[in-house]
Structures are given as C-alpha cells and as structure tokens.
Design a protein around this ligand. Structure first.
Ligand code: NAD
Length: 491
C-alpha cells in the first residue's frame, strides 16, 4: 500500500544524523490546490548552516569519501537508489502535494530522476581521472580531483529531479554537499537523504538544511564552501555570483530564460503545436527552458495564434491528484500574483489576450491561472522581455528567418531556443545563429546526456551531460621528471 508523503520534518540532516534546529523558525508548506497548510519544516539559521558546512568540511578534509575509488562511491549511490525505488509513488505524491504538478506527470518524473542518477554515476565511472600530457619541456600528469564542499541550492519547479541532478554528480565525483531545497518544496530531498543514510553514506558527505533566501545566502557566503551550484532566478544568481566572485568560489548558475520558438513558413502546424503544448505549457509554464515567446511568420500569424489558443484550451485544469488533470495550479500565491501582474502589463502595453488571461471560474480554490496566449506582441514589451514563469505565451510576428533570429537574440536571456520547419538545412542555420546554450528542432526536449545551461543572463556553466560531472572536479597539473613520467600509470 502506498504511504502518504512525509511533509512534516523537525530536523535537518547534518553529519549523518537528524539534527534539530538551533532556532525556532519554521516554514509552512501550503498546498497550491487547496491553499491549506499541509506540512512544515524548520528554518535553518546561521548556526545550522555552520554546523552543516562544518560536517561537510570534515567529511571532505578528513573523511574517506573523496579518497574512495569512483566505483566504491557509485556502489553506495546505487544501493541508495535501490532503497528509494520502492518509494517512487510516495515521492511523486510529495512532489504533487508541494508544487501542484499533476500526479500522472510526477509519477513519470521520479523514475526519470533515478535514470538521471545512474547516467551521472556511469559518466563518473567511465571518464578518466588522470592523464599524461607530453609537452616541449617535460611531461605532466593532469589529475582531476573533487572540488571540495559544494553548496547546492535549488528552486521548486522540479524538486526531486533537480535535487538528484545536483547531488549525485557531486557525490560521484568525491565532493561533499550541503543541499538547500526551495522553501515551497522542502521535503522531497529528505527521501534521498534517508536512503543514503540507510545504506551507509559516511557522515557529513550529504547534509540538508531547509530555509529560504537568508539560509541560502548564509550558505553561499560561508567560508567553508568551495563551490556553489545554484539553480534559480537571475536576480538571485546575480547576487550569488557577486559573492562567489569576491571569494573566488567556483560557481555554477542555472538561471532564467525567455526562450523563443521560431516557426518558419513551411512548418507543419500539428508538429509545432505538439512541441509547444509541451514547451510552453508543461508544468503550468513553470520551466526555465519554456518557449514563452513564439515567433510566427507574418503570413501565417493568425493561423498560428488560433492553433496555439486551441492548444492552450485543450488543457484540463483541476485537482493535481485527479488523473484527468493535465495542468495544475501555480506553485504559490506569490507566483500567481506575479503571473497576473504580467498579464495586466501585457494588456496595458497593447497586447491582446486571445485565450485565458484570468483564473478559471470553476476552481475558486488554489493558485490556478488559465493558459494564456497573447497576440499583437512587440518584442520590446515586458511580456516579451521578462521571465513570467507561468502558462503565458507571447506570439510575435516575424518577416523571415533573419528577422526571426534578430528577434530571438534581442533578449537578455540565452537559455534555450527552437525552430519548427520542414527545411533541415534552415533548421541548422537557425540553431547556429541563435545565441543560447540549448536549441531544439521541431520538438521540445530535455536531454540529460547533453550539456544544459545558458549564455548571457541565463547563467554560467552546464548542469547535465558529462560536463556536469566534470564541473565537480578541479584540475591539478603535476610536472614530472622523465623518469617518473615513464613509470606513471593513470588511475
Ligand atoms: P529563486 O531564485 O527565488 O529561488 C531559488 C532558490 O534560491 C531557493 O532555494 C531560494 O530559497 C534560494 N535563494 C533565493 N535568493 C537567494 C540568495 N540571494 N542567495 C542564496 N539563495 C537564494 O527562484 P525560484 O522562484 O525558486 O525558481 C524559479 C526560477 O528558477 C526561475 O527564474 C527559473 O527560470 C529558474 N530555473 C532555472 C533552471 C535552469 O536550469 N536554468 C531550472 C529551473 C528553474
């Protein structure tokens, strides 16, 4: 029988133990669909953060973990995954309860997280850690060593999956981690901590503290942290980057986006709408890589607007635990206020709501917003320039491929982009011309095995692919005399 998810926690996971908070502050978890308080977690203050970083520091400086063979570390991780798998349904229920994603989707996401973990473990096992580099003057051994103590901070929009994608590559590489989930979705990562603790992860290798912005800021600024891996808003990323720059901490920033899907005049509309249903509206539009701008050829503008409006109307909004629901509420009241503010701003600037634009009349409770399509949008409007992070799409006309690339690139962001066309050569030309870290052709895909990340205000670094594992290593060059170079055998 499936257990109810655990949404009430009274301790942090620090130094291999469940450790009560130093202070009394708590964070309530509010159901996005019922608006009721469904749980709470302690809020970590400076003393709690200090204890967590101290435990991670000791485990890194004096513990076995960084010095184990990669296969020994991944064996522990594999045992933890096996302990977790029977709890997949419970974890999915926790994610749905906390953030409102429909249960049928959450149930697909959790096995995806296990798959992602095993992919990263495999990369760590396969990638060589040491190599000889012959130079003009001598031969050097180039060693990859774990970066150290990693502070990982995550948003709420894919809580379990993002936690796994941040923690597993860092641990596999031999780092120790202090993880802070978002205050809206604090409970899912504790399942991972429980499983790792059960299978004998050494104390201090993974530590979890819960809290909001202040807890995150204390973690980032802590002198015991060597690297910060952050996923969240560009505003927070800017502050974190500044602190890390001052302290020369390694930093990885996966931030916001305003990604453009370019539709060329030969695009198949059915394929395009399939891509946009996922790309623009998945997770109620609360995805960093969302196609929140749709660039439609002027000659087919009305046709695209009508098809997109029909796609938006095809979603079934409702109770996220109802299997018929295909779109849940937004995560929080704050998020709904933000999204509604952008809808009002779009109307004020002269864009036209073609469908949606309000709260669904039949769902008086919960932070629901109708999937919304704006037409008559100019790329200079706020709804075309700023990240909304909700089910709101701006359709902007273009006058051909060059004009579409110009509009796509006229953005502070550069996370993702896409093109829909029957012309494969044109697709590749567009992919090369749009300045983003990721690009999709005739689809919306999140490819774990390839690097994912952004340029410009969308961040620094890559969070997936073998590049993600590589980012948890420092490079060390050891210059060798010829006699040692001859005998050196890379481990
Ligand atoms: P947020 O920046 O408000 O919060 C993210 C996390 O950072 C939370 O855990 C929060 O408590 C913490 N935090 C906030 N300010 C901080 C600070 N100054 N110092 C340290 N920690 C701080 O973002 P959010 O609203 O939770 O998430 C939505 C944002 O995340 C969107 O902008 C979205 O695009 C972005 N995102 C990006 C990616 C990506 O891979 N590029 C993936 C998912 C989400």
């Amino acid at each position: 029988m499936q257990q109810s998810p655990v949404l009430q926690r009274d301790a942090f996971f620090v130094g291999g133990e469940w450790r009560g908070p130093a202070g009394t502050g708590r964070i309530e978890i509010v159901s996005p669909s019922t608006e009721e308080v469904i749980g709470s977690v302690p809020e970590a203050g400076d003393a709690d953060v200090d204890a967590a970083v101290g435990a991670a520091r000791r485990a890194f400086d004096a513990g076995d973990w960084p010095r184990l063979a990669v296969a020994e570390r991944t064996a522990v991780l594999e045992r933890a995954l096996q302990a977790l798998e029977p709890r997949a349904a419970e974890i999915a229920a926790a994610v749905t309860a906390e953030m409102g994603v429909p249960i049928a989707i959450a149930e697909q996401l959790i096995p995806g997280a296990f798959w992602t973990a095993r992919y990263f473990m495999g990369v760590a096992e396969r990638e060589p850690l040491e190599e000889l580099r012959a130079g003009a003057l001598n031969t050097a051994a180039v060693l990859r060593e774990p970066v150290g103590v990693v502070a990982s901070i995550a948003p709420w929009n894919g809580p379990f999956n993002l936690a796994v994608a941040k923690i597993v590559p860092a641990l596999a590489a031999g780092c120790t981690v202090v993880f802070k989930p978002a205050p809206e979705t604090p409970c899912d990562v504790f399942y991972l901590a429980e499983a790792l603790s059960e299978v004998g992860l050494p104390p201090g290798v993974l530590n979890i503290v819960t809290g909001g912005r202040e807890t995150g800021a204390a973690l980032v600024a802590h002198p015991g942290v060597d690297k910060v891996s952050f996923t969240g808003s560009t505003a927070a990323g800017r502050q974190i980057g500044a602190v890390c720059g001052e302290q020369f901490k390694r930093v990885q920033l996966e931030l916001g986006g305003k990604s453009a899907a370019i539709i060329l005049d030969d695009a198949d509309l059915a394929t395009t709408m399939q891509g946009l249903a996922m790309g623009s509206f998945f997770n109620s539009g609360q995805i960093c890589a969302a196609f929140s701008r749709v660039l439609a050829p002027r000659s087919r503008y009305s046709e695209v607007v009508e098809a997109l409006a029909a796609t938006a109307r095809s979603f079934v909004l409702g109770d996220p635990f109802d299997r018929a629901t295909t779109m849940g509420p937004l995560v929080s009241e704050r998020q709904r206020t933000r999204v509604e503010g952008y809808i009002a701003a779009g109307e004020k600037e002269g864009a036209k709501v073609v469908t949606g634009g309000g709260r669904p009349a039949d769902l008086p409770q919960g932070w629901y917003v109708e999937p919304t399509v704006f037409a008559d949008v100019d790329n200079s409007m706020r709804i075309a320039q700023e990240e909304i992070f909700g089910p709101v799409v701006a359709v902007i006309p273009h006058d051909g491929p060059d004009d579409a690339v110009r509009i796509a690139n006229d953005s502070a962001y550069g996370l993702h982009g896409g093109v829909f066309t029957a012309d494969e050569d044109a697709a590749l030309r567009m992919a090369r011309a749009v300045r983003t870290g990721t690009f999709s052709v005739n689809s919306f895909v999140y490819n774990i095995e390839a690097p994912f990340g952004g340029v410009k205000c969308s961040g620094i670094g890559r969070d997936t692919g073998r590049e993600a594992v590589a980012s948890y290593y420092e490079l060390k060059t050891v210059n060798l005399p010829a006699s040692m170079a001859e005998r050196f055998s890379p481990s």
